[in-house]
Design a protein around this ligand. Sequence first.
Ligand SMILES: *[C@@H]1O[C@H](CO)[C@@H](O)[C@H](O)[C@H]1NC(C)=O
Ligand SMILES: *[C@@H]1O[C@H](CO)[C@@H](O)[C@H](O)[C@H]1NC(C)=O
Length: 308
Amino acid sequence: MRTKLQLLLFALLVVCLLVDVSAKQRRRNSKYHRRTTTTEASVQDEVMNMLEADEIAEEAAEDAEVTVEDGRNEVGSKRQSLLRMDPCMHKHCGAGRVCKTIDDETAECVCVEICDEEVDPRRKVCTNHNETFGSDCEVYQARCFCDTGDDRCRGPNYQHVHIEYYGECRQMPECREEDMADFPRRMRDWLFNIMRDLADRQELPSHYLKMQREAETNHTLRWTNAAIWKWCDLDGHPHDRAVSRHELFPIKAPLMALEHCIAPFLDFCDMNNDHKITLIEWGKCLQLDEEDLDDKCDELAEAKNSDQ
Ligand SMILES: *[C@@H]1O[C@H](CO)[C@@H](O)[C@H](O)[C@H]1NC(C)=O
Ligand SMILES: *[C@@H]1O[C@H](CO)[C@@H](O)[C@H](O)[C@H]1NC(C)=O
């Protein structure tokens, strides 16, 4: 459910953005190539884990000035009780890995051997090394090779390779001041519209529905509720009342190729530069009134648990 939601959200963000961007571009009479992006929702959590592992590794390296012994993620290597019939049936393998049956009772997660070839350039991805990969699968695969000590590991750099954004690597146009000035408003609008769309499709978790209804009826809450919802939603890996760089992945990666102001905007949100965005910071960069922002995440999480 959660991953499905995230995928939908990606799609919606992109759609909202395309509408907004194309309207804007038409006004400017300039050419703009539309791009849409998709991602495998099923790998979303693994992506989070990878990014988290990277972050931990980076921080450790910064703090201690020692090389990190091992920042790799253990997703997929967890041994679980296996079904007798098909030991792969209930085995979950992380991104870039597939389940392989060893014998009747044993299954193992191994690196994907061959990634499907993607012809659509929009399925290509740009990594943190500014290197275009054919697909997200290839990035996870490259990483898996290094994690497992496979000969095909392309070098130590690839142990922490991750997707920076969807689409081919390119020169990011500079985010002009006037675009940036208008960005918070656009971002607020997207958030509100996405929340509304999810509600219309009955895909908004019930504990957020009340907020959505409030946003529709009470003008003061129109943007604040959407902002709170998104922030709580992003702050899930881990849930610590701060949205870290890797937790921004679900909004950043799909939007980067479309919207060159997203990265500077999100950097700007992290006002004290501690790599975390608090709700206060989030509200400020969206130009919302601090007083209207209520940290309701816990309340919402409780409501969610009682729903189930
Ligand atoms: C990344 O690669 C693209 C395409 O090769 C290039 O145009 C761009 O300048 C590079 N960006 C950086 C930051 O090196
Ligand atoms: C709108 O919400 C604000 C904040 O919760 C509240 O103070 C205000 O009374 C509400 N206005 C209406 C018309 O319900």
